[in-house]
Design a protein around this ligand. Structure first.
Ligand SMILES: Nc1ncnc2c1ncn2[C@@H]1O[C@H](COP(=O)(O)OP(=O)(O)OP(=O)(O)O)[C@@H](O)[C@H]1O
Length: 261
């Protein structure tokens, strides 16, 4: 049973010469329960990545703390699988070896590593590409590999920071379906950051809306759409209604950002 508790976490970046300190995140409290799929939606610069980096242990909060299963997060760890927007595969390793990397670090024997990696290669739809190098892959295939690499370590929670942000719309839609399909079949605890409203609704069981910088949680909206969800759900009245509500919430924040610059 996984439980992530974000307890009054804030972050202020120190001032650089001639500049004020940057308050990126107001004290933020959020609980992600076992097998939840929570999406965080907010305008550009509202501190979404900052929050995710703190949960990943790549940055430290200025106040508050993050607890994963009751233990305070103080640095990176294999219990959290992280996927970023930018492609982060090891260029000198094949698809299979990228996916098996964490298993090798943990001393899993070679035959078992290969078996586990091949299972995830099939799940993310990369069969036939296991011996390719990252540079031979499209952006979508690189992100499939990155997701498989994160899942192969069997983390307690998957942390995704705009993982499909650099992809074209068609590829992005296919990737959403792939990820949701894995979650529906296997259940995982997922925290997914995006600024795409449709993506937040389609994937999430709950959408957390953040304000413009300094970010804080403005609204929490339950997505009571049934599973399994197909892309066709995006045109149903229920989906469109949720989308309209979120468009209003986000528009108000985007206007604040525009007024600031
Ligand atoms: N290391 C840093 N030093 C100083 N300021 C930073 C640092 N990292 C982020 N910031 C600032 O903190 C604010 C929040 O940034 P963050 O990347 O968390 O936002 P975001 O919501 O993820 O934005 P986007 O959707 O554009 O990626 C921004 O104003 C950013 O410039």
């Amino acid at each position: 049973m996984t439980e992530l508790v974000i307890d009054q976490v804030s972050r202020t970046f120190p001032a650089r010469a001639g500049h004020e300190p940057t308050r990126a995140l107001e004290p933020t409290t959020l609980r992600v329960g076992n097998n939840d799929f929570v999406t965080i939606l907010g305008p550009s610069g509202c501190g979404k990545s900052t929050l995710l980096r703190i949960i990943a242990g790549l940055d430290r909060p200025s106040s508050g703390r993050v607890l994963l299963d009751g233990r305070e997060v103080t640095g990176p760890g294999a219990d959290r699988g992280v996927v970023f927007q930018s492609y982060t595969l090891f260029p000198w390793l094949s698809v299979r070896d990228n996916i098996a990397f964490g298993l090798r670090e943990r001393g899993v024997p070679e035959a078992e590593r290969g078996r586990i990696a091949d299972g995830f290669i099939a799940r993310v739809g990369l069969a036939g590409f296991e011996d390719h190098w990252p540079k031979q892959l499209s952006g979508g295939m690189q992100q499939r590999t990155a997701i498989a690499r994160a899942l192969a370590n069997d983390p307690k929670i998957l942390l995704l920071d705009e993982p499909f942000g650099a992809l074209d719309n068609q590829t992005r839609a296919l990737m959403q379906e792939m990820l949701l399909g894995i979650w529906e079949r296997e259940q995982k605890t997922v925290l997914f950051v995006t600024h795409d409203i449709e993506e937040a609704i389609f994937l999430g069981g709950r959408v957390i809306v953040m304000t413009a910088r300094p970010g804080r949680i403005k609204a929490e909206i339950a997505v009571d759409l049934p599973h399994p969800r197909s892309y066709k759900i995006k045109t149903t009245p229920e989906f469109v209604q949720l989308k309209e509500r979120l468009v209003e919430e986000i528009r108000a924040e985007a206007l604040k950002v525009a007024a600031d610059v």
